[in-house]
Design a protein around this ligand. Structure first.
Ligand code: UD1
Length: 372
């Protein structure tokens, strides 16, 4: 095993926006373990300041030890570039283990590079399944779980999914949701003036985010989404921070004009973590295809129309505040009316989404490394 001054080295890998809020609390918790040395690896899958740098600053994540700088590309090209450059790093400075988060291309690419060199992999947010293999993330989840040695699960469904795939229980632990640790920590730091700066009153606006290929890449689907947002915007002002993929799709399809013509929809560039948290907390309703925001709205008790046909996070719909509405404008409008007229469950807190998941993650990793 790789050691530095008698300490075991653990690489924490992140690359895309949803990774950073998961890495932050795990990094802090691992730093408290004197026997471990952590190294942050940034693949560069996301590279705009608004998609990455701002989260490092806000969430007080130190500068990465290594930045692979891979950038955008097709799935094959991006995954291959990460694989090749992370392998070179692993060969020159092998850690004792690596930790990967979530389901983005950086997750599978780095897990694969490590496992081929005999370096064990820990997967945080293991076991989630949408059962929709047209989603790139579903492929990343299945493959990462099949090669990771320690699988740390955020909600109960993950235990069943991994068992059904024949993964031994001894590799699996239910630890809770590290992203909720960040939410709990950062709520106290939210600037109460955010809503006023946007000219919004609590409970009197909706927040929209949308970036999944299934919603934005096909101009016909995108048109339906834009039209329904404009329609909802007539009765409830909407704030819409726009992901770069969506911005590109709106510009290429000529639908940006339609969106701007409805003055009920306020378009913004991607926003920092705490600003998003403030807008989510104060919203009457959130419309999103983000997996993370399904979980965050459940924790906050805010109604969430999930703009997807399926979810890998079923607890957000069974005991949480989320309902799957897909991309059908009629279904979205019906659900919106249910929220507007008060027909929406208040939801319950999810077990182990308690702000202490990263402590459990750090303990499991330390004990597992000590046993190996
Ligand atoms: C990726 C993840 C997705 C996650 C999302 C969060 C995969 C397969 N997908 O999707 O699971 O929910 O991140 O944001 O890993 N771009 C920029 N600046 C950036 C990054 C991207 O302009 O900093 C543009 C580029 O045109 C790029 C496009 O956005 O081609 C898509 O980026 P990419 O990382 O390929 O996928 P996301 O859609 O961001």
């Amino acid at each position: 095993m790789a050691e530095q001054a008698d300490r075991l080295i653990v690489d924490l890998v992140a690359g895309a926006r949803p990774n950073f809020m998961k890495l932050a609390p795990v990094h802090r918790a691992l730093k408290l373990r004197p026997e471990l040395e952590t190294r942050i690896i940034h693949t560069g899958q996301h590279y705009d300041h608004g998609m990455t740098g701002v989260f490092f600053e806000e969430l007080r994540i130190p500068e990465p030890a290594v930045h692979l700088g891979v950038g955008s590309g097709s799935h094959g090209a991006q995954t291959a570039r990460i694989l090749e450059s992370y392998e070179a790093h692993l060969l020159s400075a092998p850690p004792s283990a690596i930790v990967v988060f979530g389901d983005v291309n950086s997750t599978i690419a780095c897990a694969l590079a490590a496992v081929k060199l005999g370096i064990p992999v820990v997967h945080v947010e293991a076991g989630l399944r949408s059962f929709d293999r047209t989603m790139p993330e579903e492929i990343n989840r299945i493959l990462t779980d099949s090669i990771a040695e320690l699988l740390l699960v955020s909600e109960h469904s993950g235990l069943d999914n991994l068992r059904n795939e024949g993964i031994a229980d001894s590799r699996v632990r239910l630890v809770g949701n590290v992203m909720i640790d960040t939410l709990v920590e950062e709520l106290a730091r939210v600037d109460d003036a955010v809503l006023a700066r946007h000219g919004l009153e609590p409970g009197e606006y909706g927040l929209v985010t949308m970036h999944r290929p299934s919603n934005v890449d096909d101009p016909r689907t995108l048109r339906g989404m834009v039209e329904v947002l404009v329609e909802i915007g007539r009765s409830l002002p909407l704030v819409f921070p726009i992901h770069p993929r969506t911005r590109r799709a709106l510009d290429a399809s000529g639908l940006a004009g339609l969106l701007h013509a409805g003055d009920g929809v306020r378009c913004l560039d991607p926003i920092p973590y705490r600003e998003n948290l403030a807008l989510m907390r104060g919203a009457k309703v959130v419309l999103t295809d983000s997996g993370g925001m399904q979980e965050e709205t459940t924790h906050l008790g805010v109604p969430c129309l999930t703009l997807r046909e399926n979810t890998e996070r079923p607890v957000t719909t069974t005991i949480g505040t989320s309902r799957l509405v897909g991309s059908d404008p009629e279904a979205i409008l019906t659900a919106f009316r249910d929220v507007a007229e008060g027909r929406w469950p208040a939801g319950e807190r999810v077990p182990l989404w308690d702000g202490h998941a990263a402590e459990r993650v750090a303990r499991e990793i330390a004990e597992w490394l000590a046993r190996r």
